[in-house]
Design a protein around this ligand. Sequence first.
Ligand SMILES: C[S@@+](CC[C@H](N)C(=O)[O-])C[C@H]1O[C@@H](n2cnc3c(N)ncnc32)[C@H](O)[C@@H]1O
Length: 332
Amino acid sequence: MSSLSPASQLILKHLSDNIDKHTLIVDPLEVQDINHPSFAECTLWSFREISATQDKQVIWPQTPEFSQFTKIIVFFPKAKEKAVWLLSMLAQHSSKDTLIYLVGENRSGIKTCQKLLTNQLSNLQKLASGKHCLLYQGLPNGNSPLPTDFVFKNYEIEQKSIKVASLPGVFSHGELDKGTELLLNNLPENISGKILDFACGCGVIGSFIRKYYTDTQLSFCDIDALAIEATKQTLNCNNLAGQTYLSNGLQKISSKYHYIFTNPPFHTGLKIDYYISEAFIKACGKQLESSGKLYLVANRFLKYPQILQNHFDLVEVIAEDNKFKLYCAYNR
Ligand SMILES: C[S@@+](CC[C@H](N)C(=O)[O-])C[C@H]1O[C@@H](n2cnc3c(N)ncnc32)[C@H](O)[C@@H]1O
């Protein structure tokens, strides 16, 4: 039980007798939770490509048949717009007596759910708390407003003449991240060939490169289906073409690249976690051409220099400011 996230531990403490094949689990943050035997019979509806051992995984934009479930457990999304959209959809499509549970760490903002979801859920009550998490139970509100389609937030990075389309919950929703900006301001003079934008978010790095370095073919990957959707839309808005992959790390990537650019993830859910980036940096060797280069921007306090030096012959700091550093790593 201790390998489970605190939110899942709270669920099992209070709901374990109720979890069965009629239970739908929505978007858990921790991969190990899904593979726990207690959830083996459940169906998982996920917004991320995760390596779940359980075979009943449905990834958005596909949807399961909601009405077949008597219990739906939602891991409360940090992005409030995503929470409202998700619960509107569940309220519309599930049966009126389906029990809907919301679970999340206090710092996910779950405390706001009773105010936030008055239109979507009725009788929403706190069921339990513990391990810095809260568990709520409610019923779908039959009169819930129809879920609107996910609304893209479009913005333009004026000094770079690039349009960006983003979705709630996708990194730097609605504004350019300062680390990403440092990378875009310090790109090499000549870039050509096959390029990968790893952990692309809404695809801003790769789209910028495709637009200004015309002799390039771009691929984008991210674990988050919403990020991939936003990337496709960003490409569309700028009349650009690129290949997109929904992929956990580099698992779905088979080509070799001349350059990989990234502002990599360093959180799993809400906590700092180098595991994904370390695994990515280690696997980069296989995905780069022999003369290929990795450009990685990160918060300067994160311990990337050591990780990069473990896997590349040469690591240079190309640019830095008071918050971020841009590294270039390659082999001799
Ligand atoms: C710091 S954001 C950078 C987004 C974008 N490149 C930018 O600069 O705005 C990191 C991205 O990593 C993605 N991510 C997290 N875990 C991942 C994984 N295991 N494999 C691939 N992408 C992942 C997140 O969904 C997020 O979009």
